[in-house]
Design a binder for this molecule. Structure first.
Ligand code: URA
Length: 224
């Protein structure tokens, strides 16, 4: 409970960003979002329902970056609303945050999928490096407009796109790593990786994941 109170006290303060500046950035953010909806920079748009842009306050102190939208995200046009998003919501709630503390987005804005061998299910396929690179300008524009204090890379694709190098998530997780532009990035597991673990492994892995997120929240909101 004490921990929850601490984090809630430090929830982002809308006054921390000058109104005109925040309004200008919000306007620019909408323009970028609309442009991204027409993106044809890689072939992924052809089989996706829509571009899934990031979501959250323009002055969020923390930006959480996933890999790419999943099936539910592709249909609803919003990031992290499927099973991985529900685990993320549970973690944020346990930390005393709600989604408004963080801006949530993905390294790749279109759902890459292959048909399941049987049935109509669409199965997630990891984006190729060239597809992630085609999306890089959108992610970098989101970072430039939201100006978070810190970034959380959920999984290998986000880590590589944010740090501009391959990242061994299990080896590098849980500590701050500086980007070329000086922004701190905390690497951690993708929630989908936790969901794939056996029940007995999941509990320990989930607790360690919460510790990573807690560390990120502390840093991003320090001094607010
Ligand atoms: N996985 C992601 O990386 N992002 C989402 O938005 C959903 C699932």
């Amino acid at each position: 409970m004490a921990r929850q109170a601490l984090l809630l006290e430090r929830a982002p303060d809308p006054q921390a960003v000058p109104a005109a500046d925040a309004a200008q950035r919000a306007h620019a953010w909408e323009e970028q979002r609309d442009l991204a909806h027409r993106c044809r920079a890689c072939p992924l748009f052809a089989h996706a329902t829509q571009t899934v842009w990031g979501e959250g306050p323009i002055d969020a102190p923390l930006m959480l970056v996933g890999e790419q939208p999943g099936d539910q995200e592709d249909l609803q046009g919003r990031p992290f609303v499927g099973p991985a998003g529900r685990l993320l919501d549970r973690a944020l709630a346990e930390l005393g945050w709600d989604r408004s503390v963080a801006y949530v987005t993905n390294a790749v804005k279109h759902f890459k999928w292959v048909p399941a061998p049987r049935g109509k299910r669409r199965m997630h396929k990891t984006p190729a490096q060239r597809e992630a690179d085609a999306c890089e300008p959108w992610l970098e524009r989101e970072i430039a407009l939201v100006r978070p204090q810190a970034l959380v890379a959920l999984g290998a694709t986000a880590s590589r796109q944010l740090l501009k190098r391959p990242v061994a998530v299990l080896r590098e997780r849980g500590r701050w790593i500086e980007r070329p532009d000086g922004l701190p990035v905390l690497v951690t597991l993708h929630p989908s990786a936790l969901l794939r673990l056996r029940d007995d492994e999941q509990e320990v892995a989930y607790a360690a994941w919460l510790d990573d997120l807690r560390l990120a929240g502390r840093h991003a909101t320090a001094g607010r």
